[in-house]
Write a protein that binds this ligand. Structure first.
Ligand code: GLY
Length: 309
């Protein structure tokens, strides 16, 4: 057993009023603690950072509280279409899927892409064909769709536009996406991000979550990062790679790099969202430009700390 590891998870960012409409504070705390403790078990038994982030991302996808897997938001046709990516900091290996339907755990499929294909990203029908090859679990449409998402989609359709997850007339929104980052006892880093995207999205829109460098990044020499927020802004700023670069070129630690990254996001594109970061020394940090963020962490084998703040 080892306790020389760190682990972080997130369940989106936004205004707390919006976050609390999806579940009580107690619901989120219970969920975050349970998932972190499960991840701790993986790492304590000398599991890899990659196994730990996959484990946590799958547990978050399976929880209806979050906009990923079960409970994802609906696109313009009232369907769930998901994106996910996973990255290994040892060799920068990555696997991603975009615009997929009916896959119970998109992050599991992304891991298959990483391990079993010579590609980084598979999309749509091709990704589904690949999933069949590996017997990846599929579910019927009704598994993914929860009542709260139908109400939200109807509001967006009535308003005639896309919604950034739980957007309404208030200036702050809730950006649902889930993610996990880890440093294992061997010092390897990994990151995973998964999402249903934005409400009423059109034309095969893909956000930042499955894009290496934008919504996910891991490099053993710097850090592991997972993002949540308005995907287009994270794509334009390549924000997760930017945070890694702050460490690589400027020698920052996780906290400094997370802060500098969010400052850059705001300065360049007035971006809204947040990040979780673990650096190569196992230090944990968050940064967000929204008023709140849902996250939990275990730093260097310590107690699990969960926040809705
Ligand atoms: N950050 C998730 C998305 O924009 O799709």
């Amino acid at each position: 057993m080892s306790d020389n590891f760190s682990l972080m998870i997130h369940g989106g960012s936004g205004a707390l009023a919006h976050i609390r409409r999806e579940g009580s504070e107690a619901d989120f705390m219970e969920s975050l603690h349970r998932i972190l403790e499960g991840g701790r078990e993986v790492l304590a038994k000398n599991g890899s950072a990659l196994d730990a982030v996959e484990y946590c991302a799958i547990a978050l996808e399976n929880d209806r509280l979050y906009n990923a897997g079960h409970g994802s938001v609906l696109n313009e046709y009232g369907e769930v279409e998901m994106d996910a990516a996973i990255m290994d900091g040892q060799d920068l290996a990555a696997g991603a899927v975009a615009g997929i339907t009916n896959i119970k755990n998109p992050i599991g499929l992304a891991r298959r892409v990483l391990a079993k294909s010579e590609h980084v990203m598979l999309i749509g029908k091709g990704a589904m064909e690949f999933a069949k090859l590996w017997d990846v679990e599929v579910m019927t449409d009704d598994y993914f769709v929860v009542d709260a998402r139908i109400r939200q989609w109807r509001e967006a359709q009535k308003a005639g536009g896309m919604m950034l997850d739980h957007e309404d007339a208030e200036p702050q929104h809730k950006f649902g996406t889930i993610g996990a980052v880890a440093r294992d006892a061997q010092g390897h880093l990994a990151a995973a991000t998964s999402t249903g995207g934005i409400v009423n999205k059109r034309w095969g829109r893909v956000g930042d979550s499955p894009i290496v460098g934008a919504g996910v990044f891991a490099d053993n020499t710097t850090c592991a990062v997972s993002a949540t927020g308005y995907g287009e802004q994270f794509q334009r700023t390549v924000l997760c790679k930017m945070i890694s670069d702050f460490i690589y070129f400027k020698g920052m630690d996780a906290g400094e790099a997370a802060t500098a990254g969010i400052e850059y996001l705001v300065e360049k594109v007035q971006g809204l969202g947040g990040v979780i970061v673990i650096d190569r020394h196992g230090r944990c940090a968050t940064g967000h430009s929204t008023s709140g963020m849902i996250y939990g962490l275990i730093e260097r084998g310590g107690e699990s700390i969960c926040r809705l703040s």
